[in-house]
Write a protein that binds this ligand. Structure first.
Ligand code: FAD
Ligand code: NAP
Length: 339
């Protein structure tokens, strides 16, 4: 036996909300062999398995009576480098932001807008992580996953992943696929995406007129550090709700009452509303009930001031959902994975 099983482990250090629930068993997997061994032993004991990475998109509402398998594999490498088109591969347990920085250090462009997202490479395909107008689907070259039903390895191309807005095949089939490593198609030539939010403005403020990928990454890091709470200081899981995409007629109805509604027309004729704006309008910004609250600068982020339980945070989320439904007729969908 090479993997180390621990019992009754507090998951507080393993989820960015900092929620103190216990795992019945806990294992860190550094290699594919560790993963297979841990899964085989769990099957022998008839134990369910919860796979985690950095725990930055989880809301744990109870003790986990299962094996919690944390992906701790590391490594990234260039697989091919032809005419400025470069395919890189990273192990699932590789922390995301250091991987982005590694790619920039190699002179590679494509991941700069996705800087400073917490978590691991292996979890990124789960919700097709996205920020500032780029999603991983835009630079995705493939992934290798273990089918937990059959024990076989499977390669996924872009189409097979069924990526959508904060969505994928993997999110739709929780627990079925364990992602082992992910490949990205990067480029030595920058195609800058600067039109989202305050990115262009920040670069101009910094005196950057012809930005490099590293300069874009730095600008995005500085914006994010200003707006978002650092989980090391204040527990949170980033955006708690997805931005709702609603029929144009509903968006117009809302605009009739609230001319300043933040709304982005989509290619399919629907309209994406900024969930943070809806929550702020409803008066929740900075709200606090015990140790569960809504961040004072960013209403889309629920926070744990210290001792909030997952159930308290979930209860607060449900109250916000009910209020937004009553006020605007809009359903807010939770983004973090609930256990
Ligand atoms: P975890 O929280 O550990 O797991 C998330 C889900 O993936 C769980 O269902 C888990 O079972 C599953 N999973 C984890 N690893 C694997 C694997 N190897 N194989 C199969 N399933 C797996 N998200 C964005 O999209 N854009 C952002 O800009 C963004 N900003 C954030 C900012 C902050 C401050 C925080 C706290 C979160 C933010 N997030 C953002 C959410 C989160 O960082 C991402 O969703 C991230 O990809 C989660 O990675 P993780 O390793 O922490 O996953
Ligand atoms: P923001 O810039 O204040 O914008 C508010 C919302 O409007 C965002 O959620 C974004 O939607 C949308 N938006 C902004 N500009 C847009 C444009 N040009 N076209 C279409 N939609 C636009 O957002 P923020 O909260 O500071 O976050 C900045 C970026 O980081 C966003 O992309 C956000 O998704 C991402 N982020 C994600 C998380 C997470 O946990 N998922 C946490 C922090 C930040 P989108 O969200 O659809 O991009």
């Amino acid at each position: 036996m090479t993997v180390r099983w621990q019992e009754h482990v507090s998951l507080k250090p393993y989820n960015t909300f900092g929620i103190d629930v216990k795992a019945r068993y806990f294992v860190q997997a550094h290699t594919d062999a560790d993963v297979r061994e841990a899964l085989a032993q769990a099957a022998e004991r008839d134990l369910p398995v919860l796979v985690i990475g950095g725990g930055s998109n989880l809301l744990l509402t109870r003790d986990v009576d299962a094996l919690v398998l944390q992906m701790a594999s590391r490594g990234c490498q260039v697989l091919s480098d032809v005419d400025g088109h470069v395919v890189v591969e990273a192990e699932a347990g590789e922390p995301w932001h250091p991987f982005v920085q590694w790619s920039l250090g190699q002179g590679l462009c494509g991941l700069e807008n996705l800087s400073l997202i917490p978590g691991t490479v292996g979890a990124a395909p789960m919700q097709n992580v996205g920020a500032y107008g780029v999603e991983i689907k835009d630079v995705f070259a493939g992934l290798t996953a273990l089918d937990r039903q059959t024990g076989e390895l499977r390669e996924f191309d872009l189409q097979a992943c069924a990526f959508g807005y904060r969505d994928s095949l993997f999110k739709q089939n929780p627990g079925r696929w364990l992602i082992l490593r992910v490949r990205f198609a990067l480029s030595r030539t920058l195609q800058a995406h600067l039109d989202y939010g305050p990115v262009r403005q920040r670069l101009l403020e910094q005196g950057v007129e012809q930005p490099t990928a590293q300069a874009i990454s730095d600008a995005i890091c500085s914006i994010r550090r200003e707006k978002l709470p650092d989980p090391a200081e204040l527990g949170n899981a980033g955006s708690f709700f997805k931005n709702p995409v609603v029929p144009a007629a509903l968006a117009e109805q809302i605009r009739a009452h609230y001319p300043n509604v933040v709304a982005y027309p989509q290619a399919d004729g629907q309209v994406k509303l900024a969930a943070g704006w809806l929550i702020e309008q409803a008066g929740w910004k900075g709200y606090r009930d015990g140790d569960a609250g809504v961040h004072r600068l960013q209403s889309l982020v629920l926070v744990n001031y210290g001792q909030a339980s997952g159930a308290q945070l979930h209860g607060l989320a449900q109250r916000i959902q009910a209020d937004i439904r009553a006020r605007f007729g809009v359903e807010l969908e939770m983004e973090p994975n609930l256990y």
